[in-house]
Design a protein around this ligand. Structure first.
Ligand code: 4NP
Length: 161
């Protein structure tokens, strides 16, 4: 099993969206038995909260269900449990590096580095903006998630389909 963790600040907007979009692509690709994913936030105070209703609604319009999401903080054990940890922005990346046990740093990557054609390296925090921010964020996340499925397939050539 390949395990992927998506990380943002609050774990209520960006990383739950990335988790939901990625899992729906994995389902479509028939790779659900090979790849698992979850999300977490560097800021622990939303623990147990559902995803932001604007993120839930944007995802729903794309056929992705975030209703079961419950926010959780990133913890040190995540660095051994997961193979790949994707940061939504540079602050998330720096916070992850700080929390990371020695030797696991290579697992941390910037999520949008998967989609260089977007010409942007961070998923902007949509929390304080309007609904259009959520649409843009959704599109970026979708592009990077497509690229991630391709990369995991290429890295794990034995993987079916
Ligand atoms: P997220 O968005 O990191 O994409 O989940 C945020 C959610 C909540 C807060 C900040 C960002 N907050 O400060 O409460």
């Amino acid at each position: 099993m390949i395990r992927v963790l998506f990380v943002c600040l609050g774990n209520i907007c960006r990383s739950p969206t990335a988790h939901g979009v990625f899992v729906s692509l994995i389902d479509e690709a028939g790779l659900r038995d090979r790849i698992d994913a979850d999300s977490a936030g560097t800021y622990g105070h939303h623990g147990g909260a559902g995803a932001d209703r604007r993120a839930v609604e944007t995802a729903r319009l794309h056929g992705v269900d975030l209703s079961a999401h419950r926010a959780q903080p990133v913890v040190r054990s995540h660095f051994s449990e997961y193979d790949h940890i994707f940061a939504m922005d540079r602050q998330n990346y720096a916070d992850l590096l700080e929390l990371c046990p020695a030797g696991a740093e290579h697992k941390i990557e910037m999520f949008l580095a998967l989609a260089p054609h977007l010409g942007i390296d961070e998923v902007p925090d949509p929390y304080y903006g309007g609904a259009s921010g959520f649409d843009k964020v959704y599109e970026m996340i979708h592009e990077a998630s497509l690229a991630l499925v391709d990369r995991l397939r290429a890295d794990n050539k034995g993987m079916s389909r």
